[in-house]
Design a binder for this molecule. Structure first.
Ligand SMILES: Cc1cc2nc3c(=O)[nH]c(=O)nc-3n(C[C@H](O)[C@H](O)[C@H](O)COP(=O)(O)OP(=O)(O)OC[C@H]3O[C@@H](n4cnc5c(N)ncnc54)[C@H](O)[C@@H]3O)c2cc1C
Length: 410
C-alpha cells in the first residue's frame, strides 16, 4: 500500500490552520491543499478595513508559512467529487482537468458572495471577497464617486466607513430598521448608525433594491422597492455569503446551509458521520457544546483557527478507525469589526439574544459592554471599545453558559 493521502479543499485561513494542525498532530503521509485562488493563504478581514483605505497589497496580508511539508496546488478549483471512490476532479490554472485520490478529505472551501437576483451586468456591482475585488473597488473609490452600499451588515458598514473616509458620498440601503440589527440588535445598530452619520454616511432603512440602473460605463443608480432612485456611480453588494459546496453535490451529504457535521466536525451522511472527512471554517455547520444541540454555521475568522486542532485530530483518529478520547471541544464564537476608530468585539451568540439587550458597563454613546440574554442567561456580548474588559467578561460568559448547558439554552 502506498503513502496515505490527506487532501484539504480550500486554501483560506481554515485550510492553512488545519494543514498545520494535521502535521502537529503527527500526520506523516501526503498532505496537499487545493486552493482556487492563486495566492498562498492571506488574511481576509483587512480587505474591507485598512486595505480599502490605504491600498491592497496581498503580500502584506499573507500569513507566515509553516515549515511543515505541504503540497500547495493554487489557482486550482475542485469541480466535483466522488466520495465513495475517494476522488476529486480538479481544474488547473491552465484549464486542464485532472483527477486525484484521497484517503482523508478536509472541506474548507468557505463561502462566496451572495448576489441579488437583479438584471443587469455583474460588472456594475462590486462585492468584496478577494484582494482583486478590494483593489478594483478601491480603484473606483479614490475618484470619490457616489456610492450605494446594499446591505448594512458588517461588510457593508466597513465598506461604507472606508468609502466615507476616502471622501465618497455614501448611502447604505438596508431592509431592517438599523444597520447590524440582525447580529447586534436595535440599540447597538442605532449607535453604529449614529457614528456613521457623524461621518456623513446616509442610511435608507426598511427598503430593498428593485433594480440597478446603468449604461456602458457602469451604474448610474439604484432603484428602491418604493420606486425612488438613488444616484450612485458605484454599487457594492454586501448581502452575505453562500457556502461553496457545489463540488460536493450528489454525495449524500446534507448541504442545506453549508456542510452539516457532528460535533467532531465529521459530515453527516445517510449512514452516519463520514469519519474519513472533516469540515471547518465558514462552510461548516455543527453543534457547539456551550450552546446545545442545534447545529450552527458561523462566518467568523477566529472559528477556523479554533476548530483546526479538533478537526485534525478527528480526521486522524477517524482514518485510524479509533475512538476519540481527548477533552471536550468547548468553542466560544468571537468576532470583531472596526467602525471608524472604534473596535467592536462580539463574543458568543449575540444574534440569539437581541430581544433582551442590557448595557452592562459604560455608556453606549461612548464605550460600553452590552449583554445579550436568552431566558435570563447571558449568551453573548458586544464590547464597543473597552478592549481590556474582554477577558473578565469572556470568563463570566463561559461560566454562565456551562451552568446553563444543562437547562438547554441555545
Ligand atoms: C471582506 C471581509 C471582511 C471580514 N471581516 C471579518 C472580521 O472583521 N472579523 C471576522 O471574524 N471575520 C471577518 N470576515 C470573515 C472571515 O474572513 C472568514 O470567517 C474566514 O475567512 C473564513 O475562512 P475559511 O478558510 O473558512 O474561508 P475562506 O477565507 O473563504 O477560504 C476558502 C477558500 O477556498 C477556496 N475555494 C472555494 N471553493 C473552492 C473549490 N471548489 N476548489 C478549490 N478552492 C475553493 C476559496 O477560493 C477560498 O480561497 C470577513 C470576511 C470578508 C469577506
Amino acid at each position: 500500500m502506498g503513502e496515505q493521502r490527506v487532501v484539504v479543499a480550500g486554501g483560506g485561513v481554515a485550510g492553512l490552520r488545519v494543514a498545520q494542525q494535521l502535521r502537529a498532530a503527527g500526520w506523516t503521509g501526503y498532505l496537499g491543499v487545493i486552493g482556487a485562488e492563486r495566492h498562498l493563504p492571506y488574511n481576509r478581514p483587512p480587505l474591507t478595513k485598512e486595505a480599502l483605505w490605504h491600498g491592497v497589497d496581498v503580500e502584506v496580508l499573507k500569513f507566515p508559512m509553516p515549515d511543515a511539508e505541504i503540497d500547495w496546488r493554487l489557482g486550482t478549483r475542485i469541480v466535483s467529487s466522488d466520495l465513495a471512490a475517494k476522488r476529486l476532479t480538479l481544474e488547473g490554472p491552465d484549464g486542464t482537468s485532472e483527477q486525484i485520490s484521497f484517503d482523508g478529505l478536509v472541506i474548507a472551501t468557505g463561502v462566496g458572495p451572495r448576489r441579488l437576483p437583479l438584471d443587469g451586468p455583474h460588472s456594475w456591482r462590486y462585492t468584496v471577497r478577494t484582494p482583486e475585488d478590494a483593489a478594483s473597488l478601491r480603484g473606483r473609490l479614490v475618484d470619490r464617486p457616489r456610492v450605494g452600499v446594499i446591505g448594512g451588515g458588517f461588510v457593508g458598514c466597513e465598506v461604507a466607513a472606508a468609502a466615507a473616509t476616502l471622501g465618497c458620498k455614501v448611502t447604505v440601503v438596508e431592509p431592517l430598521s438599523t444597520p447590524l440589527e440582525r447580529v447586534a440588535g436595535h440599540a447597538v445598530g442605532a449607535e453604529v448608525q449614529r457614528r456613521h452619520e457623524a461621518h456623513g454616511v446616509r442610511f435608507v432603512l426598511g427598503r430593498t433594491i428593485a433594480a440597478i440602473e446603468g449604461d456602458a460605463r457602469g451604474s448610474t443608480g439604484v432603484v428602491l422597492d418604493d420606486g425612488t432612485t438613488l444616484a450612485a456611480e458605484v454599487v457594492v453588494e454586501a448581502v452575505g455569503g453562500v457556502p461553496n459546496t457545489d463540488w460536493l453535490a450528489g454525495q449524500g451529504l446534507n448541504l442545506s446551509d453549508g456542510v452539516l457535521c457532528d460535533r467532531d466536525l465529521h459530515p453527516l451522511a445517510e449512514g452516519g458521520p463520514r469519519r474519513d472527512v472533516v469540515a471547518l471554517g465558514d462552510v461548516a455547520r455543527f453543534p457547539l457544546d456551550l450552546y446545545g444541540a442545534d447545529p450552527l454555521r458561523i462566518e467568523h475568522w477566529q472559528m477556523a483557527g479554533d476548530c483546526a486542532g479538533h478537526a485534525a485530530r478527528s480526521l486522524i483518529t477517524g482514518l485510524a478507525g479509533a475512538e476519540r478520547t481527548d477533552a471536550p471541544f468547548e468553542l466560544l464564537p468571537s468576532f470583531w469589526t472596526d467602525q471608524y476608530d472604534t473596535r467592536v468585539q462580539f463574543l458568543g451568540l449575540p444574534s440569539h439574544g437581541i430581544d433582551d439587550v442590557r448595557v452592562l458597563e459604560g455608556d453606549l454613546e461612548d464605550e460600553a459592554v452590552i449583554g445579550y440574554h436568552r431566558q435570563d442567561t447571558l449568551i453573548g456580548l458586544a464590547l464597543l471599545g473597552m478592549r481590556r474588559r474582554l477577558l473578565p467578561y469572556r470568563q463570566q460568559l463561559v461560566e454562565g453558559l456551562r451552568e446553563a448547558c444543562g437547562r438547554g439554552i441555545s
